[in-house]
Structures are given as C-alpha cells and as structure tokens.
Design a binder for this molecule. Structure first.
Ligand SMILES: NC(=O)c1ccc[n+]([C@@H]2O[C@H](COP(=O)([O-])OP(=O)(O)OC[C@H]3O[C@@H](n4cnc5c(N)ncnc54)[C@H](OP(=O)(O)O)[C@@H]3O)[C@@H](O)[C@H]2O)c1
Length: 332
C-alpha cells in the first residue's frame, strides 16, 4: 500500500510518500481500497501541529475515504443489514490514515454509498456534510424560510451548508472572499451572496447581511473566525443563532456578551468530529440521514477535483493559501 506520511510536524511540503506492506485484518475489520480521500482544512492543521489533538508521529493524514471493500475479516456479518462483502462501495470516517491506497477499518463503522454519489462526492460526506447537517439539525434547528448565512461559503463546510440549508427549505446568503468563490455559491443555489474580500470590513459585512436578509439573519454558520465572527453575531436578528464551526483565518474570536444578550441571541458550538467518536450510534443516524438525502437527490455535493496522492502537499498548500474553490479529493 502507498501512503502520504507525516514524519515531522511542519509545513505540508514535509510530507513524504511511502510504500508499506498491507496490515493484516483483525476480527470485525474490512480492507477498503480507497477510490477517493477527502482533503479538508483540518488535515493541514494536523500536519502543522495546530489541531487540538496531536497524534503520535509518524501518522498518515486524511479523515474520510470512499472506496470498495476488497477483503473481509473474520466476524464480519455476511447476512442482514450489517453485512459487507467484497465489491461493496462504502464511506468511512477514519480519523487519520485516509491519504492512502487502502485502509483497514471496523466493518461496523462503514456507511453504504448511494448510487447517486461518485466516490469523490462520497468522500465529502463526513467532514463537510455531516458537520453541516449536525450543525443545522442537532446544534440548532434551522427552519424553512429562515435566512442562514454561510461564511467561507465556497469551502468544504460552507458548500455543504448551502446544500443542506436548501434541503431544509431555508434561504441562504453565501459569503466568500472573491468573485470566483461567489460565482460557485450562486451555481450551488445560494439565494444571495456577499463578497467580503480578503480583508473584510466587519461593519460593511454586517450591513450587507442585514440588507440582503431584510433585517438580519436567523442563523450564521461560522467556519472562518477572525473579524467576521463578531460581524456575523451583530448581523443576527431577534432569536438569531451564531453557529461556531471553525477558525480557518487562524484567529479565534472573542465575542462581546452584550451582543449575545441583545435581541436574545444564542451562540452555539459545533464539534462534530469529537461528538461522532464518542456517540457512534447517534452519528450512524446522522450519516444515514445525509446519505439518504443524497440518494433522494435532496442534496447534491459539488464534484470535487481529483488529484493524485503525490500532490497532497500541493493541495494542502492551496487550501492554506485560500486558493481552493470548491472541494478537492486525492485519488490513489
Ligand atoms: N467543528 C467541527 O465539527 C468542524 C468540522 C469540519 C471542519 N471544521 C473547521 O471548519 C473550518 C473550515 O473547514 P473546511 O473544510 O470547510 O475548510 P476549507 O474547505 O478550506 O474552507 C475554509 C474557507 O475559509 C475561508 N478562509 C478565510 N480565511 C482563510 C485563511 N486564512 N486560510 C484558509 N481559508 C480561509 C476560505 O474562504 P474565503 O477565502 O472565501 O474566506 C475557505 O474557503 C476549519 O477550521 C475546520 O477545521 C470544524
């Protein structure tokens, strides 16, 4: 098997490609040939040592894969709903290890991939889609006709927020930093857009949201942090919710409590990854729900651009420098 390995924390360029012998399967495990591995901002954080969890070195980055079962271990059910057989398509959240030609995972953690999804689309269903779905249905309950603002809307989570919010019948204002990103959001169904530029003016952003939404947003999903977090909070109408998902700017915001009090607003945190690890059965329901939405055509992930495994460092560099419009996956 071939994998992208992080031997020393640092810039993505320090990653190396290595060939290893395949791992023997344990009881209850399957071997999945990786057809696509989702590339996410969090992968870069792991490699740089900036994520809250610091795995022991060396490790293989990559938290979500889609592929085909090529070997089934002992004690894997061979009948009923939980059965897995060679040739089945599956998605797996693997935590780490995804930038690889194959992974060994517990069969119980696999999720069936509907025909409606390509392998590359399927490889976005965890970090991007499960996060967006968990945020908008579990951490807040987005209602039909409410206005939701997606910050960093042309990124992985942002695009999923647009898609999921539309499926829930909400109206979406997509906010991003340049014209290409804004155009993609329009193509993806955003009802309104704001181009906040690479150096956002928080006051102008708040005013633009209030104007576009006719008085203020119901929900702001923040994946960027920095100055836009407070601007997003200030743009909320009465009973509005600021949903804190991430800090792609690298700046964790401090929010003024008076702006939470005013208009009876709420600030809600989202930590899908840690929750999913600790709540396997409930996360299986979340995953089943997003896969069902895809199967029914109610959501349709953007088709990621596919890059070879060896380009992992270049792709992570592009993510860190805000050059990616849409999603990228690695194809071993
Ligand atoms: N809490 C959770 O459960 C959870 C789950 C998944 C992801 N996350 C976090 O959510 C954030 C977004 O993840 P993602 O996968 O959507 O990332 P992504 O695809 O890279 O998108 C992030 C977006 O952030 C914006 N951005 C603003 N300043 C940036 C900067 N200095 N560098 C890079 N991007 C910048 C970019 O849009 P513009 O250029 O348009 O501003 C970019 O499109 C990350 O911090 C990630 O760790 C959290």
């Amino acid at each position: 098997m071939r994998a992208v390995v992080c031997r020393d924390l640092g810039e993505p360029e320090t990653l190396v490609i290595e060939d290893h012998d395949p791992r023997p399967l344990g009881p209850g495990q399957v071997r999945l040939r990786v057809r696509a591995c989702g590339v996410n901002y969090v992968d870069a954080l792991f490699v740089q040592g900036r994520y809250q969890i610091k795995p022991p070195l060396p490790f293989v980055p990559g938290s979500e894969v889609a592929g085909e079962v090529v070997e089934v271990g002992s004690e894997v059910a061979n009948f009923g709903e939980d059965s897995w057989a060679v040739g089945d398509r599956a998605f797996a959240s693997v935590g780490l290890g995804g930038y690889s030609s194959e992974v060994t995972v517990a069969a119980s953690s696999l999720v069936r991939v509907p025909d409606a999804l390509s392998d590359a689309q399927a490889a976005t269903m965890g970090q991007s889609y499960a996060t967006a779905w968990f945020a908008l249905t579990r951490r807040t309950q987005l209602q039909a006709d409410e206005w939701v603002v997606a910050l960093g809307a042309a990124g992985g989570v942002g695009l999923a927020v647009i898609d999921v919010a539309r499926a829930l019948g909400a109206r979406v204002l997509a906010a991003a930093s340049d014209d290409d990103k804004v155009q993609l959001c329009i193509q993806r169904g955003a009802h309104s857009v704001v181009n906040y530029g690479t150096q956002p003016d928080p006051s102008a952003f708040k005013d633009a949201v209030r104007e576009a939404t006719g008085g203020g947003a119901d929900v702001v999903v923040d994946t960027v942090g920095g100055v836009l977090a407070e601007a997003g909070l200030r743009s909320l109408k009465e009973f509005g919710r600021l949903v804190v998902v991430g800090f792609a700017t690298g700046t964790i915001p401090s929010l003024p409590a008076n702006q939470v009090l005013l208009r009876n607003r709420t600030v809600v945190g989202v930590d899908w990854g840690a929750w999913a690890m600790g709540h396997g059965a409930e996360n299986a329901v979340v995953m089943a729900e997003v896969m069902a939405l895809a199967a029914e055509g109610k959501i349709k992930p953007v088709e990621p651009s596919s890059r070879p495994l060896a380009e992992a460092p270049a792709v992570l560099r592009e993510l860190l420098e805000r050059q990616v419009v849409g999603k990228v996956c690695l194809v071993p």
